[in-house]
Design a binder for this molecule. Structure first.
Ligand SMILES: Cc1ncc(COP(=O)(O)O)c(C=O)c1O
Length: 373
């Protein structure tokens, strides 16, 4: 398998540089903040928790709570994982074969593309385009279908552009899948973070028997360190197949992480309210910033999640720009090359409380460096 460029890049900078302006998660919570939110029965679960193996499919109460996020699903339709990443690995290893043709929307989080490739499948990339506001291109997908197309892989709200899929687009995509008996892997890890102009599209797994919806505590809930993710799917055979893969990886989830996730899900509204306010406040500042620096930057304003893809119009390459910025000012952005996307874009993140401070540092850098168009 090729190196996971994005994770390597973050490993290099995330824990040493001060101004992380490309993070893809919402502001995190401390242990005591989460424990303080716990209802008496959850406090009891926490205090009496035995640190033994947990149930391979996930704690029954946790699965039940996750199922509440999906109007037409039950706990038996949920399989928990160590983060979303393990879910991607298990699902795509369980579903993809070397004789398959799979369609992936790009640019994307690399494992969505890399794992089908590593299985020897034929992979067609459908590139999202800025001129279409990064929206899903249904005609391009329809045109790419072959007799051996078995799967389509999407991610909305999208990393890195922050574009969303609307309900009618998703239903039209599902109609394409239904025609060919194609499964749909829908990475929805940024769902519920941000405030799209239209109501959130339903999770794909609620609309289609052959859809898998990927969710996680890392992004909207700001709890990446608990490493709890899940896949929702109506097809219980698929759930079982993925569990057989999980048996070779984490086996089961971390016991404390399950309880912390349950507490957070019991306080979902308060947590999302806090994180969505941070995102909305940061977006306002970014709106002003992009007006002030329109000679240097341009973006399609993100609709969901907490990342956006910015076109850099300066004199040097975006690589050089990001490199100088992190080395001189300790401000981290993520150039498009990390997504194997050969254009002058970078990813910016706005889910964290210190984003205004990071933005000030970026301005400081722009005032001192001569990087005019
Ligand atoms: C689109 C997408 N899917 C999956 C993941 C993996 O999430 P986690 O780190 O919670 O496993 C990420 C992380 O950035 C992501 O952006």
């Amino acid at each position: 398998m090729n190196i996971f460029k994005l994770e390597e890049y973050l490993t290099k900078y995330e824990f040493s540089d001060k101004y992380l302006l490309c993070c893809s998660d919402a502001e995190s919570f401390t242990m005591s903040e989460i424990i303080d939110m716990a209802a008496p029965e959850d406090k009891k679960l926490w205090g009496e928790l035995a640190l033994k193996y947990t149930e391979p499919y996930g704690h029954p109460l946790l699965r039940k709570q996750i199922a509440h996020l999906y109007s037409s699903l039950l706990d038996e339709n949920i399989l928990c994982f160590a983060g979303a990443e393990e879910g991607i690995f298990c699902a795509l290893n369980a579903l993809v074969d070397s004789s398959d043709h799979v369609i992936v929307l790009t640019p994307c989080y690399q494992s969505l593309l890399e794992i089908p490739r590593s299985k020897g499948a034929e992979v067609t990339e459908i590139e999202l385009k800025e001129k279409n506001d990064w929206r899903v291109d249904l005609e391009a997908i329809r045109g790419a279908i072959k007799s051996n197309t078995t799967g389509i892989i999407i991610n909305f709200p999208h990393n890195p552009t922050g574009q969303v899929v609307e309900e009618d687009e998703l239903k039209a995509l599902i109609a394409i899948c239904e025609q060919g008996g194609i499964w749909l892997f829908s990475d929805e890890v940024y769902r519920l973070l941000g405030k799209p102009e239209q109501p959130w599209a339903s999770p794909a797994a609620c609309l289609y028997d052959k859809a898998l919806s990927l969710g996680v505590m890392s992004k909207a809930f700001g709890m990446a360190g608990v490493r709890i993710g899940w896949i929702a799917c109506k097809d219980k055979d698929v759930i079982h197949k993925m569990k057989l893969m999980k048996d070779y990886l984490s086996i089961c989830n971390s016991a404390p992480a399950e309880i912390l996730s349950m507490i957070a899900l019991n306080n979902k509204d308060a947590i999302l309210k806090r994180n969505n306010k941070i995102v909305a406040d940061n977006l306002k500042l970014l709106d002003e910033f992009f007006i002030e620096y329109s000679h240097l930057f341009e973006w399609v304003r993100p609709q969901g999640g907490c990342v956006g893809f910015v076109k850099y119009k300066g004199a040097v390459s975006v690589e050089t720009f990001c490199h100088l910025l992190v080395n001189k000012q300790h401000v981290l952005l993520m150039p498009a090359s990390i997504y194997d996307y050969a254009s002058n874009y970078f990813r910016i993140g706005f889910g964290r409380k210190n984003m205004p401070e990071c933005l000030e540092q970026l301005k400081e850098f722009l005032h001192h460096e001569v990087i005019s168009p």
